[in-house]
Design a protein around this ligand. Structure first.
Ligand code: FEO
Length: 398
């Protein structure tokens, strides 16, 4: 534990006067729809006490009791007047039905697509107030402004801004899958928080760069002293760092870095991968060797977020690429990284179809392509040297 840290246990954490974090900590979470969450996660809900009492987002259904315990330490939960649902996805809205049970007078505040999505999940009816982008809501001393941020991360997303406190409740944006008892960015290891924010962006937000840009533009005029996302740590000291990272990530800004992803049967494709690595290294390019037997695809995506070169290798098995390579390519295509240069490679015995299949998959991502590298059976000393030199030459013009 770091110096000066307060451990929250099952208590709420006051983030500003009468504004509390009351979320749930999912210490054991290791899989978030295919994303390896090796540090767990949190679902952040916030309670704002005013003449009217507001709960901002909820938690996954199985952490409802934990959230309720935190709320109950501050007020009687039946006093909640408003539940702001910034996002329909069930990690944030999953506890709305039970919350309505304990706060029957509560109105759910959400975007137009938010209402549709919530009713599709929970059934028709229910007390909703639909808010437009830019609309405000007064709860006494406080005034909330809602800004629609569609596709960051679903069509229904919005963020909520509490202007008098300069707090942006950003939902998925700026979040991290990170389970900690510490709540603030100045209480935990900044490099870990940034790394988890990077992983979160690469595996959740990456396809929506254009929408992230619009969202950043929409909030750029706001004075922001605190960013309170719906996952992980709250930003209060390092706001400029996370904003500038997001600006880079959503622009698909890359550096001279090659991520070399491969699987191998008898180490021939692996040998080619190392020749490729040496060629990039000789050209002064950073490299990451990412064998699919040792690396999770979500960790590969995290490395890929700023890599200009994406090299993918597979031997041929039964006229196809290996299933691990196919799974990675499917996952990467869905996340739609842009402005990359691709390279397909692999060894084969007779058919050699895998290399062409990998090449087609990389082309379908819209990547500029380097000439594919293929070797029959076992690449040996001279052949590996030739691969290295030929690739090095090709890289000269890039
Ligand atoms: Fe954290 Fe898109 O839900």
């Amino acid at each position: 534990m770091m110096k000066g840290t307060e451990v929250c246990g099952m208590n709420p954490v006051e983030i500003k006067n009468n504004i509390y974090w009351v979320g749930g900590i999912d210490w054991s979470l290791r899989n978030f729809h295919g994303y390896l969450t090796q540090r767990g996660s949190t679902y952040n809900a916030y309670l704002v006490i005013d003449e009217k009492v507001t709960l901002i987002d909820t938690v996954k259904h199985y952490l409802f009791d934990e959230m309720l315990e935190r709320i109950s330490a501050v007020i009687d939960p039946s006093r909640i007047d408003y539940i702001i649902a910034n996002h329909v996805e069930m990690d944030h809205s999953g506890s709305i039905p039970r919350m309505r049970g304990v706060a029957p007078g509560a109105t759910v505040i959400t975007s137009p697509t938010g209402q549709k999505g919530l009713q599709e999940h929970f059934g028709p009816g229910g007390d909703y107030r639909v808010v437009q982008s830019g609309e405000t809501m007064n709860t006494g001393k406080h005034s909330f402004t809602f800004v629609h941020t569609p596709m960051v991360h679903w069509p229904d997303n919005m963020v909520t801004y509490l202007s008098d406190q300069e707090i942006l409740f950003s939902n998925d944006a700026f979040g991290q899958h990170l389970a900690t008892s510490e709540r603030f960015d100045d209480e935990y290891f900044l490099d870990v928080i940034i790394q988890e924010a990077r992983k979160y962006y690469a595996n959740i937000v990456l396809p929506y760069g254009a929408q992230v840009k619009k969202a950043l533009d929409a909030v750029s005029g706001l004075k922001i002293g605190t960013i309170a996302p719906s996952h992980g740590i709250i930003w209060r000291r390092h706001i400029s760092e996370i904003l500038s990272n997001y600006a880079g990530w959503c622009s698909n800004r890359t550096v001279q870095k090659a991520v070399i992803v491969y699987d191998t049967m008898w180490h021939s494709t692996r040998e080619i991968a190392y020749s490729i690595q040496r060629a990039f290294e000789n050209r002064g390019c950073a490299t990451r060797m990412m064998g699919l037997q040792e690396n999770h695809i979500s960790d590969i995506m995290t490395e890929l977020i700023d890599a200009r070169f994406v090299c993918v290798g597979s031997p041929t098995l039964n006229n196809n690429m290996l299933p691990t390579v196919s799974a990675f390519l499917t996952y990467m295509k869905g996340l739609a990284p842009k402005q990359r240069v691709g390279l397909a490679f692999g060894s084969y015995g007779w058919g050699g179809q895998s290399i062409g299949q990998v090449e087609e998959a990389l082309k379908s991502c819209g990547f500029e392509m380097l000439e594919s590298i293929r070797c029959k059976y076992v690449p040996r000393g001279e052949m590996l040297k030739e691969i290295e030199k030929k690739l090095e030459t090709s890289l000269e013009s890039l």
